[in-house]
Design a protein around this ligand. Structure first.
Ligand SMILES: *Cc1c(COP(=O)(O)O)cnc(C)c1O
Length: 367
């Protein structure tokens, strides 16, 4: 079976560097926050063109602490994409606010800037955009809307490490940019990890306080914080992998280019890239009216695929109690019934890419 993503191959390529980075932490005798984490934070901020990185325990916490730092809570509304990984919604729910879904542009799968204004009420405090599948949203249009309505803009960039919007890295276009370093992300740790990048010093300081028990000085607690820290072993791994991020994203881009040029004549919708975006191809998502059959035919030919996501958040049991309040969200529903992610990753061989292309060509053929 051709794997969907081979994470072990990533470790093997960098084995010596990773091992010595981990060993450096183990021998240092320092296992929470400290220098290794600070170095990673500085390096990631520089990479993202942000002035600050505050690392946290995972991507969900990055979103939750961002909302808390902005003072968002019960009674507030936050606009979110109708189609996203559920973490985007769970963060809003976790602070007691209401997630208000806005439909995506079906070409790009990202929140449709033109539909945001109609969803704004006097309770709206923020918009969370998601650079889904590694492709940036139309940030300029959305920033115009958030600025003119006095709303905060949070970017869920968990799938977009290294992506560019109009030539500028994702990392500080919005007020707060949230990252996950879950192993399968473009920049992934060997465990959980997350961060917030920003150019807003006050918000960064607030998140820094919240992630560590509300404490700057040991046993002095200014606010009721949480324990959400990136551990130094993961920080050391991420420092190594950050050096290879652009190269590894480049390999994904090569594979995406091959898929795009080899599959364009089939009865499938291929990803479309708007002129503002330089995506990092976290996922390569095609759409088919007969997705289940296509997935089975690919699996029969030894090609693993995945679905991102089979159910949108509002279709999940977790949100069943509020389902009626969302109204009809037909675009997200259609997307979740049609999407199929082909294998892509920095360690996918040319041979595998060729086999996947051949298998898709067979599987998509009309009988
Ligand atoms: C992975 C992901 C998250 C959550 O990250 P974790 O580190 O798993 O908590 C949030 N949003 C999106 C869009 C993601 O893909």
């Amino acid at each position: 079976m051709i794997p969907f993503l081979d994470l072990g191959a990533g470790y093997r390529e960098l084995e010596h560097e990773i091992d010595s980075a981990i060993k450096r932490v183990l021998t240092s005798g320092w296992y929470i926050l400290g220098e290794e984490v600070e170095h990673f934070e500085a390096e990631y901020a520089a990479y993202c063109d942000a002035s600050e990185t505050v690392s946290v325990a995972n991507g969900l916490d990055a979103l939750i602490l961002s909302l808390r730092a902005l003072g968002i809570g019960p009674g507030d509304e936050v606009i979110v994409p109708s189609n996203t990984f559920i973490a985007t919604w769970l963060a809003v729910s976790a602070v007691g606010a209401k997630a208000v879904p806005v439909e995506p542009d079906p070409r790009y799968h990202n929140i449709d800037a033109e539909l945001i204004v109609a969803a704004i009420t006097k309770r709206t405090k923020a918009v969370i955009v998601v650079h889904l599948y590694g492709q940036p949203v139309d940030l300029d249009s959305i920033k115009n809307i958030t600025a003119s309505h006095g709303l905060a803009l949070i970017e869920d960039a968990a799938q977009a490490h290294g992506a560019l919007y109009r030539g500028k890295r994702i990392g500080a276009h919005g007020d707060l940019v949230c990252w996950s370093f879950y192993p399968a992300k473009n920049l992934g740790a060997y465990g959980d990890g997350g961060a917030v990048t920003t150019c807003n010093q006050a918000l960064a300081a607030n998140i820094r306080l919240l992630r560590n028990y509300g404490s700057k000085e040991k046993y002095r607690n200014e606010v009721q914080g949480v324990n959400s820290r990136l551990d130094p072993v993961q920080a050391a791994v991420l420092r190594v992998k950050l050096k290879y991020l652009d190269e590894w994203n480049g390999r994904r881009k090569t594979i995406a280019g091959e898929y795009l040029s080899a599959l364009g004549d089939l009865d499938l919708a291929l990803p479309e890239v708007p002129d503002w975006a330089d995506p990092v191809w976290h996922l390569f998502v095609i759409k088919s009216h007969d997705r289940e059959a296509l997935q089975k035919r690919l699996s029969d030919q030894g090609v693993s695929t995945q679905i991102h996501y089979p159910l949108a958040p509002f279709q999940q049991q977790a949100y069943a109690s509020a389902a009626e309040s969302y109204g009809a969200l037909p675009i997200a529903e259609k997307i979740s019934s049609e999407v199929l992610s082909l294998p892509i990753g920095p360690h996918q061989s040319e041979d595998h890419t060729a086999k996947i292309i051949a298998a898709v060509r067979v599987a998509a053929r009309r009988d």
